[in-house]
Write a protein that binds this ligand. Structure first.
Ligand SMILES: [Zn+2]
Length: 308
């Protein structure tokens, strides 16, 4: 009888420790695109939560107390960096979070934002203006950087959860193969566009990396964040430029304010193109994954630009 009791409690101990080993790694990402990448790499071994969800703007995110509390149940925080989600540092401090923080853009060479059309009047625009020479944070819109992000996520998950390291590496390789295939396809499709069909007008300045990768030229009235708005003078200059370039189509962005782009469209006589996704995945449909979003953006751009 005694033996049986001992055996039972031993069995209980064994099953408890097996359960503990199988508890998923809790990953908290700053925005939805990183959540998808973490899920692609981590599979069933991770549970991923995103602070800023699909169809939401991370630029001006204001964390709630419940978001800060959530960090006490987190094994890994994944942020973009490059000034996209600077509020994560305040959250880490406020929550006294002691776990790992991975900044996926570490190690890439960022594009610097042009000292493009100022959002402010001439006299207040100085070289000290914050946006001048700032790194463009939207690095994920170049598939090459997405590969870098995925490798960094796999390596970090492997150090936190060594038993899963081989799985993470495998899943990352499989996913990177899909990224490679899409990248080759997009390069081929965009290279077929004639030079005079490569100017794209979007609400905010998010597509610099995409433009760099596929040889396009993006023009945006707002700055790197949707929160900035151009002065009347710089908007007038932009409209004049677009008229001269005979830009026939303007594109919308999910959750960006449409009024500005609609003014430009009306003033230049351009058509409305489809909706592009830059800073967040869609909450449903084809753009609800990173691969789907990149394909959706390419299809939308090509169908808008090719029918000029
Ligand atoms: Zn943005």
């Amino acid at each position: 009888m005694m033996h049986r009791l001992v055996l039972m409690s031993l069995l209980c101990l064994v099953s408890a420790s097996t359960l503990a080993e199988k508890a998923p790694i809790r990953v908290l990402t700053t925005f939805s695109i990183l959540a998808d990448l973490a899920h692609q790499v981590g599979g069933e071994r991770v549970v991923v939560t995103s602070l800023v969800g699909p169809d939401q703007d991370a630029h001006g995110f204001d964390p709630r107390a419940s978001d800060i509390r959530r960090m006490s149940q987190t094994d890994l925080v994944i942020a973009n960096g490059l000034g996209f989600d600077p509020w994560i540092a305040r959250m880490v401090a406020a929550a006294r979070y002691k776990g790992r923080v991975l900044t996926v853009s570490d190690g890439i060479t960022p594009l610097m934002a042009d000292a493009h059309e100022d959002h402010e009047d001439e006299k207040s625009a100085s070289h000290a203006h914050g946006d001048h020479g700032a790194a463009d944070p939207h690095a994920w819109l170049d598939i090459d950087h997405a590969r870098h992000y995925v490798r960094a996520i796999a390596a970090t998950l492997g150090t936190i959860d060594p038993a899963g390291a081989a799985l993470y590496t495998d899943r990352a390789s499989t996913y990177i193969a899909q990224l490679d295939a899409l990248d080759v396809e997009l390069r081929n499709r965009f290279s077929a566009l004639p030079d005079h069909r490569r100017t794209v007008v979007t609400p905010h300045d998010a597509f610099g990396y995409f433009a760099h990768a596929y040889g396009l030229h993006f023009v945006a009235p707002a700055g790197l964040s949707n929160e900035a708005s151009p002065s009347a003078a710089s908007l007038a200059t932009l409209i004049e430029q677009l008229r001269e370039l005979k830009v026939p189509v303007v594109f919308l962005e999910s959750f960006a304010d449409e009024r500005l782009i609609e003014r430009i469209r009306a003033a230049t006589g351009a058509r409305r193109g489809g909706t592009l996704y830059a800073d967040a995945l869609a909450s449903g449909g084809p753009a609800s994954t990173y691969l789907g979003m990149m394909r959706h953006n390419a299809d939308t751009l090509l169908s808008g630009l090719d029918t000029q």
